[in-house]
Design a protein around this ligand. Structure first.
Ligand code: FES
Ligand SMILES: [Fe+2]
Length: 447
């Protein structure tokens, strides 16, 4: 199927010209059903995918229903506390087994013929089972179907539909460290808050990735927020902020110029009481982690993209975003808030207010961003079939790649890293002119 599909997509998807220093993406990549089908096979059914956070199902028998890569799943903890990802499909004849969105129960009963399964996957009951010739074999063969692989790193639960995928830590590589650094921010660790924000976006999933890795849009798109920070006495700058490609399609923005970090970097809009609490927390961090590590954990904001469907915003507050492609021009984005397990109630209230006012559904950032990627999806219809005009430009900062200079967050290097990995995985077609330098895939040295 993938090969046949590739033949129908005209021309290369990426065009790199090292003589002219240009990098362009074929806009068919955002709207072609053939590309979407290939992505399903070569990305979504092949690599690790973020399923959810362990703290969303804190107790035995908790469950959430979730669709990943178009496949309905039950994300649950069994009665012994073990985490599972079951296909949400009755082994009898395929009906959706659990039709609730979340809850706590030991068993799932299919409404169609009332087969019942324990949350560890075993068959609990089959009505009128004497009509089956070999009941023992039936019960064994009709256990709930599990996703082939499930591994957990720092509470982040990943699954793969590919039984032969390499170990999770190998896939995460350097990205794993930044997830650990979030956990280290607080002695008590972090937990998700109940509730999820869902954005159903009329845009391709890769636009959501680009937008998060695009520091260039920050000042023009979010000028209301930038103005608000300035009015509140906080300097805003794009200087000394960098973008890194961490390998395997993962990327990272390191930001130091866009505002405070609750409990770690105080700024005037957080108020005087929070200043004192921030100082105390910083002293505790130094004691627990050492000066150098505490500095790295506390003093930089990070936006981390873990290929292909996880975004971690470690900025003013902490948010998890999960990307679920529905169709070439339709993506579901889900967001959860991460908070310290133990936190002063006033800090918690401030954290929620700050997070909601920036990345929340009515905040100063997210609605702008969603409009940006929907506007791209609408706008690129204008150049459909227009040959050379039907390409998007991502050349900004390409000269730095030749020099081997560290790319800035306001350039487009993190996006190029994503697209190169995407192209490599799909074999979607790359056209290179001139000599490609070797320097652009480097990660970052950490203490
Ligand atoms: S399809 Fe579920 S019991 Fe028959
Ligand atoms: Fe944005």
């Amino acid at each position: 199927m993938p090969d046949e599909a590739s033949e129908r997509v005209a021309g290369p998807m990426l065009v790199e010209d090292w003589d002219r220093l240009t990098f362009r993406v074929n806009r068919e990549a955002y709207r072609s059903p053939e590309v979407f089908t290939r992505e399903r096979v070569d990305i979504w059914l092949r690599t690790w995918l973020y399923l959810g956070h362990e703290t969303e199902i804190p107790d035995a028998n908790d469950f959430k229903v979730r669709t990943i890569a178009g496949r309905p799943l039950i994300f649950c903890r069994d009665s012994e506390g073990e985490v599972h990802a079951w296909l949400n499909s009755c082994p009898h004849r395929g009906t959706v087994l659990c039709r609730e969105t979340e809850g706590s129960q030991r068993r799932f009963q299919c409404f169609y013929h009332a087969w019942t399964f324990n949350n560890d996957g075993t068959v609990a009951a089959i009505p009128d089972d004497e009509a089956y010739a070999d009941l023992d074999a039936l019960r064994k063969n009709m256990m709930l179907r599990s996703v082939p692989r499930l591994e957990i790193h720092e509470g982040y639960v990943f699954i793969s539909f590919n039984p032969d995928v390499p170990p999770l830590l190998e896939h995460l590589g350097e990205a794993a460290e930044y997830m650990t650094m979030i956990e280290e921010q607080h002695a008590s660790g972090v937990t998700t808050l109940p509730g999820v924000q869902l954005y159903s976006v009329r845009g391709n999933w890769k636009l959501a990735v680009e937008n998060a890795m695009d520091g260039y849009h920050f000042s023009p798109t979010h000028n209301t927020f930038v103005g608000y920070l300035r009015e509140n006495g906080f300097a805003v700058t794009d200087d000394n902020q960098y973008a890194y490609n961490l390998g395997n399609g993962h990327s990272l923005l390191v930001l130091t110029g866009h505002g405070g970090r609750i409990s770690m970097i105080w700024e005037p809009r957080f108020g005087e009481a929070e200043k004192q609490r921030t100082e105390e927390h910083r002293a505790e961090m130094v004691e627990r982690l050492g000066e150098k590590r505490a500095h790295y954990v506390a003093d930089e904001s990070h936006i981390l993209f873990v290929f292909p469907n996880l975004l971690l915003f470690d900025i003013e507050g902490l948010s998890i975003r999960q990307i679920e492609p529905v169709a070439p021009g339709h993506t579901d984005v889900r967001a959860w808030q991460l908070v310290p397990r133990e936190e002063d109630p006033e800090s918690r209230a401030l954290r929620m207010k700050t997070v909601v006012s920036f990345v929340g559904p009515g905040g100063l950032a997210t609605p702008d961003d969603i409009e940006a990627y929907e506007a791209v999806q609408r706008g690129i219809e204008a150049t459909r079939g227009a040959g050379e005009l039907d390409f998007s430009d991502m050349s900004r900062g390409l000269a730095d790649e030749v020099k081997g200079t560290q790319g800035r967050s306001i350039d487009e290097g993190a996006m190029r890293g994503f697209w190169r990995h995407w192209e490599q995985v799909l074999g979607a077609g790359l056209e290179v002119t001139g000599d490609r330098p070797a320097s652009f895939l480097e990660g970052r040295e950490m203490p």
